[in-house]
Design a protein around this ligand. Structure first.
Ligand SMILES: CC(C)(COP(=O)(O)OP(=O)(O)OC[C@H]1O[C@@H](n2cnc3c(N)ncnc32)[C@H](O)[C@@H]1OP(=O)(O)O)[C@@H](O)C(=O)NCCC(=O)NCCS
Length: 198
């Protein structure tokens, strides 16, 4: 995955290249996840549906200072509000909400969430992506997008495009969408719209 940047990955499933050049941290370095012990970000990724019991981890990522700095709504969200929002989101049939996890078969480490909100009558799905703060800058965002876009296409074959709304001061997000095939469409104040034709 990461080889374009001269780092340690060749494939979407994260096989390591034996690189010695300067690179971001390897995915198999240990990361500390609050309440979940010390786990490895391994080579085995899986995509699974988000469930209500993911509320804690999703809220932790959402309330992270860096996430809030790039978000439309910047205040800290409390657990009760978040759980009601998540329950409604999971019941909403116009949304595809997925979690990328790293797993050794028995324990899983949540790495990123991707949500596609299909807008009635427009042929558009709006994408929202959130990578665990401890896993950012390691190519996880790209893995999460590339692993979920095929399911979106299969689930909604009539969609014409995916829309990503990116704050102008969010270079990682802009690079992520551009390198996944999205192109700039237009702006609304600080918000830049990038589109991927399906
Ligand atoms: C934005 C976000 C999803 C990116 O995911 P990520 O896994 O951290 O990003 P990746 O490691 O896949 O990197 C994607 C690209 O951005 C570049 N990049 C990563 N961090 C960067 C940074 N801080 N500044 C500039 N570019 C950066 C990478 O080099 C890569 O570029 P390349 O394709 O040219 O190699 C993630 O950082 C995140 O969850 N941020 C907080 C929430 C958010 O902003 N969501 C997006 C809302 S639109």
């Amino acid at each position: 995955m990461y080889n374009r940047a001269g780092t340690g990955f060749d494939h979407a499933d994260g096989h390591h290249r034996h690189a010695t050049e300067s690179r971001p941290p390897r995915l198999n370095e240990p990361v500390q996840t609050r309440g979940r012990g010390r786990l490895l970000v391994s080579d085995r990724y899986e995509i699974r549906p988000v469930v209500l019991s993911d509320a804690d981890v999703l809220l932790e990522w959402r309330n992270d200072a860096e996430t809030r700095r790039r978000a439309r709504t910047q205040q800290v969200i409390d657990l009760a509000d978040h759980v009601s929002w998540l329950a409604a989101a999971l019941a909403d049939e116009s949304r595809l909400y997925r979690l990328l996890v790293s797993t050794d078969g028995s324990v899983e480490l949540p790495l990123a969430s991707v949500r596609y909100d299909c807008e009635a009558g427009t042929g558009l799905a709006v994408v929202s992506i959130l990578v665990a703060p401890t896993a950012r800058g390691r190519g996880i965002g790209r893995v999460a997008l590339e692993r979920t876009l095929p399911e979106l296409r299969q689930w909604q074959p009539d969609l014409s495009a995916v829309l990503a709304v990116v704050h102008k001061d969010n270079p990682a997000s802009r690079r992520l969408f551009q390198s996944t095939g999205f192109t700039y469409r237009d702006s609304d104040g600080p918000w830049q719209n990038y589109v991927l034709a399906l």
